[in-house]
Structure formats: C-alpha cells, structure tokens
Design a protein around this ligand. Structure first.
Ligand SMILES: [Zn+2]
Length: 228
C-alpha cells in the first residue's frame, strides 16, 4: 500500500527583528529574490525559530539530518499573515537560513524579509510590537517514525505522549518532502477563525486522519447464504 505524504503544521516563534547595519551580506541576499537591488530602508527582516531536534509539545522530533534539509528548503518559501481574510498574497519571503546550536538543541533559524509597503505597515508594526510572535509552518513528510517500534506511526497503535516500558512515545520526522509556507499569527490565536489556506493540519489531527484512512476497513461483498 502506497502511503500519502504526511502533512502537518508546526508551531514556531519569531525571535528577533534585525537591527540596521552591520550585515553587509543582507542586501545582497535579499536581492537574490528581487528584480532589482533593494535599499535597506525598503524592507524589514525577522528571524524565526522554526523547529529543532528536541521532542516538542506535540511529541514530535526532527533528526538533525532532516533539519539541515529543511534549512535548505526554506529560502524562497512565502510568509503569510494567517488572519488576512484576503488570504492568498504573501507578506514576505524566506531568503536564507542557518542552523543554531545551543547545548543539545539544534534549531533551524531562517530569516524572512517583508517589504515596507503601505499595505504591510500594520503587519510589520504588529511583529515589531510583539503582538504577532507565533508562527506556523506547513511541512510534508514521507515517514513519521514511531520512537517505540520504529514503524511508520500511521500503521502502529502506539500513542504519542504515552509511556511504554518507561519510554515516552514520540514521532521522529523522516524523509522531509516539502516546506509549504510559513504563517505569522497573533499570540494565543492558534486555530481560531482561520480558513485553511494550506492542506496542513495540526500534528495530532494529521496523525488521526492518516491513521483513519490507513485503518479504514476494506469492504468486501460476497454472496452469502443466510440460512443456517
Ligand atoms: Zn509504534
């Protein structure tokens, strides 16, 4: 049986807005995505803490090799405003990414630029003012691996977050296929009033849907005889 890619949304956080100056590379790197060289005052740059190698609150974890792959996939992906009812136009663009190590934690930290247009004025102000600080990124995977039995999580019965022989079950996300888009949302607003623009679901719902389709009974009709 061929399994569909496993698609879900992952929460991240905005950690910094870039200070002016002191980054000679910045204009050149941003301009790789623009049709002309942009002046520094024409855009704002923000850094996101996208995902890392620790087990998160949704009981998922990225192996380090996949984090490197994600880092390479992020530049060129759009940044959306999640509560924009018009919904489809990107607010910004991821233009570079690096891996950041802090003790045992390895994180993917991409930078995104947002043009300082009149339309983006409030969006930028909301980020700079700390109102928009949570992010949500859509990923797809070939293999959500169970940490207990090492099988595809969609095919086993282990429950993420539960303990088995003293080991807490989590997903290991392998075979990253795609980084779909990133969204910025206001604090504490996850999942409210948002019309889905991507096919990605929150992790728990994505697993539940994937398991349901995998375990859906196969209907077999056969001519039976009722009298016994
Ligand atoms: Zn399992």
């Amino acid at each position: 049986m061929e399994l569909e890619p496993f698609v879900f949304r992952h929460d991240g956080v905005l950690i910094a807005s870039r200070e002016r100056g002191g980054d000679a590379e910045l204009n050149r790197e941003v301009s790789r995505f623009a049709l002309r060289e942009l002046r520094e005052e024409e855009f704002a740059v923000f850094t996101l803490d996208l995902c890392n190698n620790q087990v998160d609150k949704h009981h998922s974890r990225f192996p380090e090799g996949e984090l490197e792959k994600i880092g390479r996939m992020v530049p060129g992906r759009p940044l959306m405003e999640r509560h924009d009812v018009r919904g489809s136009l990107p607010r910004g663009m991821f233009f570079r990414s690096r891996l950041h190590r802090d003790g045992d934690t390895l994180s993917v930290r991409p930078d995104v630029y947002v043009l300082r247009t009149e339309e983006n004025h409030d969006f930028i102000l909301n980020i700079e003012g700390g109102v928009y600080r949570e992010t949500s990124i859509g990923f797809s995977f070939g293999l959500p691996e169970c940490s207990v039995c090492k099988k595809d999580m969609r095919t086993c019965d282990h429950v993420p977050g539960q303990s088995y022989s003293g080991e807490r079950c989590h997903y290991v996300m392998r075979d990253v296929l795609e980084v779909i888009e990133g969204s910025v949302v206001s604090s504490g607003s996850q999942g409210t009033g948002f019309v889905a623009q991507a096919r990605a679901l929150p992790l728990v719902d994505a697993l539940s849907a994937a398991r349901d389709s995998f375990h859906a009974p196969v209907e077999v009709w056969s001519a039976g005889i009722w009298n016994r």
